[in-house]
Ligand binder design. Structure first.
Ligand code: PLP
Length: 416
């Protein structure tokens, strides 16, 4: 009766069962996998957020396939102010209800059934379901760790077939916290151009770079002074700040992001997709994307009118989250310095840290033991397709006290 694409294994995995048993038994489990920022003890400006949802303009129905121009202008302003991209026209932006919806629009735009997209590994587990639903085949290309994560271009070359339609990058990647470096951007562009492939850049964590003070980069200030003349700045690390692919002109590029991470407001269901690249290709892609978006018209009016105010919230929320993430990372390092069995991998940005642990059993087994024996929840690396056992993933947005105690339990257990 059902399609093959929905033949998922729907039984609970052993890890989830162990967690439910621990909670049913009354244990207070310290959760080091927190990913919901609305439940992470942050201070939100309630008045501004709820007030923004009550615009009288929302009583009018004005169906716009790409989303209301005022909301798209606010997104273009975000790229201008935050990432120094001045040439971005709001007409290149499509609003969606989530980054996941943005992915499905792009998959539909680029791929016939059975066509392939190259995706990083390890990375974000939702990709597989998105691809299944769109009949797209994901072909992984490995990220390799050598004092930092790097793209492996020889593997990327080997992964290409006649059915490959594009390369997905996650900038910075979840959970490795690695940005695509500026040298890699040039190689990627050359790689895609030579093969007629599109680039899809997931930048939901772009603003959470951990290596700079958050000060505006000099190049960006320069742009702010002479807005008109601005060519988009180079992507990558060059000036200490990680640039957005939304300014990439070299190949057809779809940049995805949204309020769920940018303003820590996942419940608002606002995301966007920016199309950039050679002018004719952008025009052709936008024409088709508009039809896809028009088929659903999934954005509601109150939320679109609220976008300018909700995007402004990023300024206070990102400050709080960066403080949290940096504080937890420092606490992790402090506790790691007192033991010898585990190390953390280098992290450049995002909300997660990866812990390298001794391989005495599978990661899943270890995570289950930690729930059962120590009442602490961490994600096993295999959820993210790490190449082997020996990795645990920790959320750095966990409230500080819980993080400190939870890490104490994890390291104590591994050391014993
Ligand atoms: C890398 C990455 N992309 C996209 C998403 C989902 O974003 P959205 O809530 O906009 O669908 C997540 C959620 O954790 C993520 O980690």
């Amino acid at each position: 009766m059902f399609s093959d694409r929905t033949n998922w294994k729907l039984t609970q995995n052993r890890f989830t069962v162990a967690l439910e048993e621990a909670r049913a038994g009354g244990a207070k489990v310290l959760d080091l996998t927190v990913s919901n920022p609305t439940r992470a003890g942050l201070r939100f400006d309630e008045q501004a957020i709820l007030g923004a949802l009550a615009s009288p303009r929302a009583l009018d129905y004005d169906p716009r396939s790409k989303g209301l121009p005022e909301a798209r202008e606010a997104v273009a302003r975000y790229y201008r102010e935050e990432h120094g991209i001045h040439g971005l026209d709001a007409e290149q932006i499509v609003l969606t209800t989530s980054t996941s919806e943005g992915y499905s629009f792009v998959f539909r735009l680029l791929c016939n059934a059975g066509d392939e997209l190259l995706v990083p590994k390890p990375s974000y587990p939702l990709f597989e379901f998105l691809a299944d639903l769109q009949d797209v085949r994901l072909v992984p290309y490995p990220l390799i760790y050598d004092h930092g994560w790097q793209m492996d271009f020889p593997s990327l070359e080997k992964a290409v077939t006649a059915r490959t339609r594009g390369v997905v990058v996650v900038h910075p990647n979840n959970p490795t916290g690695s940005y695509v470096q500026s040298g890699e951007v040039e190689l990627l562009n050359a790689f895609c151009r030579a093969r007629g492939l599109a680039l899809v850049a997931d930048e939901v964590f772009l603003d959470y770079g951990l290596e700079t003070s958050g000060a505006k980069a000099p190049a960006q200030e320069e742009h702010n002074r002479s807005a008109e003349s601005a060519a988009p700045p180079k992507i990558g690390q060059g000036d200490g700040r990680h640039r957005s692919f939304a300014g990439n002109q070299d190949v057809l590029t779809f940049t995805l992001s949204g309020l769920s991470k940018v303003a820590a407001l996942p419940q608002m269901k606002v995301a966007w997709m920016v199309t950039s690249g050679p002018r004719e290709e952008v025009a052709a892609a936008m024409g088709r994307l508009e039809v896809i978006a028009d088929t659903y018209l999934s954005m509601n009016a109150p939320i679109q009118w609220a976008v300018p105010v909700l995007l402004e919230q990023r300024k206070s929320i990102q400050r709080q989250l960066l403080e949290r993430v940096k504080g937890n990372l420092a606490e992790l390092d402090r506790q790691l310095a007192e033991q010898k069995s585990c190390q953390r991998l280098s992290v450049q940005g995002g909300w997660y840290a990866v812990l390298r642990v001794p391989v005495t059993r599978s990661d899943e087994e270890l995570a289950i033991e930690l729930v059962r024996e120590k009442s602490v929840l961490v994600h096993p690396g295999h959820f993210y397709d790490f190449p082997s056992d020996g990795y645990l993933v920790l959320s750095l947005i966990t409230p500080e006290g819980e993080f400190r105690d939870g890490i104490g339990r994890v390291l104590g257990y591994l050391d014993s």
